[in-house]
Design a protein around this ligand. Structure first.
Ligand SMILES: NC(=O)c1ccc[n+]([C@@H]2O[C@H](COP(=O)([O-])OP(=O)(O)OC[C@H]3O[C@@H](n4cnc5c(N)ncnc54)[C@H](OP(=O)(O)O)[C@@H]3O)[C@@H](O)[C@H]2O)c1
Length: 489
């Protein structure tokens, strides 16, 4: 029976704790079956010990979607606990509450065979309905009478893009009509979209993958994404005409939002409005939560950030500098590397596309190793980072962009280093940290105003350039946070 089916039978509700002893294919399948906030103490990976070449670990993206913590450990760190353990276990053995099976080979002459054979002979719902409901509700609202209609340019996803890199031809433009008033009695708002945010997770929404942590887009409908907008009309008590907001909207000039409760009102307008797609929006909260909450940084630690010049990375680097860490970043061009060092204050940076040996590049920039690796890319970079982690290092797993467009994921190698270096690798999703947003905003706004933190944006002008801007994230075309300007006010 395939391993996956076995888990469905034995642990139909999933796994909270997987005590990892074997690695390989078992780990691959377990990752698919982990429950939210599950833990994987990494004890050993015996299936890999005798292989000439390790099998790669697949499905590590589940660490992010399920916020799973994977932490290696070595028993040698716990020997001081031995007396406590012994006092706990001895009565249990005596009372028969715990039992133990041994396989005893007799005689030193049988010791090698026993070791060689070890491990072989010894015994011992998708949200689509909800999207459709919302569409229907919008349709009903569009039917309101006596409201002036205006034309509304939209960016539409033609069809799902299941594998490979998305192309501009996967999108089309449509001009529809929209009424700029909300129907009487409705709690909806009508928005005029000003800035739209291009984010890597949107690639996932372009696929029809059930069970994903985000619902797929609806082909034939406008792209859904975060943005900054002005309220044109409102039936909701929290919003009035003229308010500025940021949050979930659609890739079109005007949007009718039937559930405006998730929108954030913008009170501080002395900073560029586009910042609410980045340094005052979702990517910055990602950097903040991932670095401080998951990374648990300490003063003076060695920090490495991949995709370091992007929306999230540039902030992680600057937060790490504020914490007096030594910070190194990787990015995909000389221009980006210069930006990291000259504008964001990284101590060192390298262009990963021009380094023949990534391991050497890391050893050159971080000869004493890495305490915190802020993981944005996955793939080969993760493989070499694992070799360079320091004892008790942490890897906040934010994203794995190098894998998003592959037909088949590359496997992650060198996970055994989690054990030898007692490294904690923990996935997280920014959506869990939205309640922290006001705290974050109050922390970062004075830093922006005082020029202690800076932010680089790459602004594409006009909805017609939005598809190219979005797909450009996957070739590194963007320099800084990718934004689309729809209208200035
Ligand atoms: N966990 C969460 O809640 C959460 C929230 C937001 C974002 N994220 C993740 O955070 C990461 C960064 O997002 P972002 O918004 O800051 O994007 P971004 O860095 O502004 O843009 C993406 C960048 O990724 C790099 N890249 C693209 N393909 C690559 C590849 N094959 N190998 C290595 N690098 C590649 C490119 O930069 P180079 O020129 O340097 O290659 C590109 O500019 C993504 O993985 C994203 O999915 C996670």
């Amino acid at each position: 029976m395939p391993l996956f089916n076995l888990f469905a039978r034995c642990l139909p509700d999933g796994i909270d704790i997987y005590f990892e002893n074997v690695g390989g294919k078992m780990l691959d399948v377990v990752l698919l079956n982990m429950r939210l906030h599950g833990h994987i103490p990494v004890c050993g990976m015996i299936s890999q010990y005798n292989l000439e070449e390790q099998e790669g670990a697949h499905n590590l993206f589940c660490l992010i979607t399920k916020r799973v913590r994977m932490e290696g450990f070595l028993v040698s760190d716990y020997f001081p606990m031995y007396p406590k353990y012994r006092d706990m276990v001895l009565p249990l053995i005596r009372e028969g509450k715990i039992t133990y099976v041994e396989d005893i080979a007799e005689g030193l002459e049988n010791a090698p065979a026993n070791k060689v054979n070890r491990g072989i002979e010894n015994v011992g719902k998708t949200q689509r309905h909800r999207v459709r409901d919302l569409e229907r509700q919008r349709e009903r609202e569009r039917g309101g009478v006596g409201m002036a209609e205006v034309s509304n340019k939209q960016v539409i996803l033609r069809d799902y893009v299941m594998g490979g890199f998305p192309k501009e031809s996967d999108f089309e433009f449509k001009t529809s009509k929209i009424r700029l008033n909300v129907a009487q009695g409705s709690k909806s708002v009508v928005l005029k979209n000003l800035y739209l945010s291009c984010d890597p997770y949107m690639r996932n929404r372009m696929t029809n993958s059930t069970g994903s942590y985000v619902a797929p887009f609806t082909p034939g409908s406008p792209i859904i994404g975060r943005g900054v907008a002005k309220v044109i009309d409102s039936g909701h008590p929290n919003y009035k005409k003229g308010d500025l907001v940021w949050g979930m909207t659609r890739w079109e000039e005007y949007s009718l939002i039937t559930e405006p409760e998730t929108l954030y009102k913008i009170e501080d307008t002395d900073v560029p409005l586009s910042y609410y797609t980045g340094i005052l929006g979702m990517p910055s909260l990602t950097a903040y939560a991932g670095f401080y909450e998951v990374g648990s940084p300490k003063e003076g630690e060695y920090v490495f950030v991949s995709a370091a010049s992007g929306a999230v990375g540039q902030l992680v680097g600057q937060f790490a500098k504020l914490k007096n860490c030594y910070v190194v970043g990787s990015a995909g061009s000389k221009e980006k590397v210069d930006l990291l060092k000259d504008k964001f204050g990284f101590d060192e940076a390298f262009n990963y596309k021009e380094e023949h040996d990534l391991d050497k590049a890391l050893k050159r920039c971080l000869p004493d190793g890495i305490d915190i690796y802020f993981e944005n890319v996955g793939g080969k970079m993760l493989d070499v980072v694992l070799l360079n982690m320091r004892l008790h290092g942490r890897i906040p797993v934010c994203g794995m962009i190098s894998q998003y467009n592959l037909e088949e994921q590359e496997g992650a190698h060198n996970l055994f280093c989690l054990i030898t270096k007692r490294v904690r690798m923990e996935g997280f999703l920014v959506s869990d940290y939205f309640p922290m947003y006001p705290k974050y905003r109050n922390m970062v706004l004075p830093l922006i105003r005082e020029g202690k933190i800076t932010y680089v944006e790459d602004i594409a002008e006009g909805l017609e350039n939005a598809p190219a801007a979005l797909i450009g994230l996957f070739s590194g075309r963007n320099i800084g946070k990718q934004v689309v300007l729809v209208a200035r006010d």
